[in-house]
Design a protein around this ligand. Structure first.
Ligand SMILES: *[C@@H]1O[C@H](CO)[C@@H](O)[C@H](O)[C@H]1NC(C)=O
Ligand SMILES: *[C@@H]1O[C@H](CO)[C@@H](O)[C@H](O)[C@H]1NC(C)=O
Ligand SMILES: *[C@@H]1O[C@H](CO)[C@@H](O)[C@H](O)[C@H]1NC(C)=O
Length: 487
């Protein structure tokens, strides 16, 4: 039997969602005897409207003498008699809130559609309802529908500003207000904190407010990190994701940049920069030296130290101290002042290295060529004697020693010598692939470091698409569409 839930007839499309379901029901009953068809479960929005479908299905020769809707305790909430008309005997379910959708007072005929509509759904309306047809001559036919009253929660999440410290504290809060049933809250985060939930009665009776607090030991690197609150509720088509940017106040973490190990006497416009990560922003920077003597040639300008012309006084250790509302942090930088620029000494080895490298490649190519020629000649001399072991001893010692000095590649080439003339040597392929690799690694740019630890690893999302919908509602819930519910 297909279990299904039905959309509360909202202002958008009150009956349309029912049609496919009814068709389904009608089809299903083809092989059955006459019976009452109801939905096993119907969900309606608290305060909204909902219909409980109930049909006596054809073919039938029975006459319906009366239709009633009853609570499980036997209370009749609605009755229809072909002659006497409609009655709602229970004051809690009076005619202002209940009505038969098809059966009209005047209709003096067989009643086969006993669909009942509720308005202004209350929590107390939730329960099991029996739709009962009294038929002649075959007696009573009935079906039971579970009416559930759902309230869609309002959700929001916020960061709790905290200060760095050793104790675990709540750094974020997620609140799902007025859900029925209570919403389920989880957190998506790479920080490894813990969540704790509490539940409170919601404003409307029968609803629940869930407050989830995400707690962790507040560390500076958590500042600016995103955590996500995930709210699941059966009134939501998909879990609601609420991102929160954490705010952890911490004292400045300081480093000094700008020294390139090439400060020489007379160099102009040398600059040191005090790099600070902090929350809140630093209120002040202080530059000093370990010797206590501050060089006259250096000028402190906020986070920067400008040296217009490097002199012997700058040959010292500078300290930058940064302060914010939480505390202070400092860093030192040793400056070695050289008599002459270092640049020329730097370039030399590079150039010679390049030249040497080129020579090496040429030599290698030459040796390789010699090898091939030698092989060719030997092979012509002694056809069939192609064992690589025997060949190895016959190489020109010069080439051999040269190759031996190279890396593994050429050695392998010598072992592969028998196949060399026809196919490209393995070491060449290796060389080109390693060139590819180095090219790639040169092309790769390290991400530049941002301030305030915003560059932590991205938050990992749950690997699979949540199957909450099926878990919560194993039956067909496709007719419940939260977008259609009235607010
Ligand atoms: C009514 O009951 C009789 C006997 O049980 C059965 O033969 C007949 O088919 C039933 N009629 C309907 C319409 O179900
Ligand atoms: C109604 O019936 C269903 C299924 O038989 C049951 O799971 C549910 O608890 C019942 N609801 C109430 C309010 O009694
Ligand atoms: C700077 O100090 C170092 C020792 O700390 C010294 O070796 C060097 O010669 C000094 N540089 C100058 C330019 O005086």
């Amino acid at each position: 039997m297909a279990r299904a839930a039905v959309l509360p007839p909202s202002r958008l499309s009150p009956t349309l969602p029912l049609l496919p379901l009814l068709l389904l029901l009608l089809q299903e009953t083809g092989a059955q005897d006459v019976r009452v068809r109801v939905l096993p479960e119907v969900r309606g929005r608290l305060g909204g409207t909902v219909e409980l479908p109930c049909h006596l299905l054809p073919p039938t020769t029975e006459r319906v003498s009366q239709v009633t809707w009853q609570r499980l305790d036997g209370t009749v909430v609605a009755a229809f008699h072909p002659s006497f008309g409609v009655d709602f005997p229970n004051s809690q379910f009076n005619k202002d809130r209940l009505s038969f959708v098809r059966a009209k007072q005047e209709a003096n005929a067989d009643l086969r559609d006993a669909t009942l509509a509720f308005r202004g759904l209350r929590v107390e309306d939730e329960g099991n309802y029996t739709c009962e047809f009294a038929t002649f001559p075959n007696g009573t036919r009935r079906g039971v529908t579970w009416l559930r009253v759902i309230a869609q929660p309002e959700n929001h999440a916020e960061a709790q500003e905290v200060t760095i410290g050793p104790q675990s504290v709540a750094v974020a809060r997620c609140i799902s207000t007025g859900g029925r049933p209570p919403a389920r809250i989880t957190w998506i985060s790479s920080l490894g904190g813990e969540a704790r939930d509490i539940q409170e009665p919601g404003l409307q009776a029968g609803t629940v407010t869930v407050i989830s607090r995400y707690s962790m030991v507040p560390v500076g690197r958590a500042d600016g990190v995103k955590v996500t609150c995930r709210v699941e509720h059966e009134s939501l088509e998909e879990p609601e994701l609420l991102p929160v940017i954490l705010s952890v106040r911490y004292p400045p973490e300081v480093s000094i940049s700008g020294y390139d190990d090439n400060w020489y006497l007379g160099r102009s416009e040398a600059t040191l920069t005090c790099e600070v990560r902090s929350n809140p922003e630093p209120t002040g920077y202080d530059w000093s030296t370990t010797s206590g003597v501050f060089p006259a040639s250096a000028v402190a300008q906020g986070s920067q130290l400008l040296v217009h012309s490097v002199d012997r006084m700058v040959n010292t250790t500078f300290i930058c101290t940064a302060t914010n509302a939480v505390g202070t942090g400092r860093a030192e930088q040793v400056i070695l002042v050289r008599d002459t620029p270092q640049a020329s000494r730097d370039v030399g080895p590079l150039v010679w290295g390049a030249v040497g490298g080129t020579l090496l490649v040429l030599l290698l190519a030459g040796g390789f060529l010699a090898l091939i020629l030698l092989r060719g000649r030997r092979r012509r001399k002694s056809p069939g004697g192609g064992g690589s072991d025997g060949d190895r001893g016959s190489y020109d010692p010069k080439t051999q020693s040269h190759l031996a000095r190279q890396e593994q590649g050429p050695r392998e080439a010598s072992l592969e010598a028998s196949s060399l003339p026809s196919s490209p040597p393995q070491w060449l392929a290796q060389a080109s692939s390693s060139a590819d690799n180095s090219g790639r690694s040169r092309g790769f740019r390290r991400p530049t470091r941002k301030k305030n630890w915003k560059d932590l690893p991205p938050i990992s999302h749950p690997p699979q698409r949540p199957s909450w919908r099926n878990q919560k509602c194993p039956h067909n819930s496709s007719l419940w569409d939260p977008r259609n519910t009235a607010q």
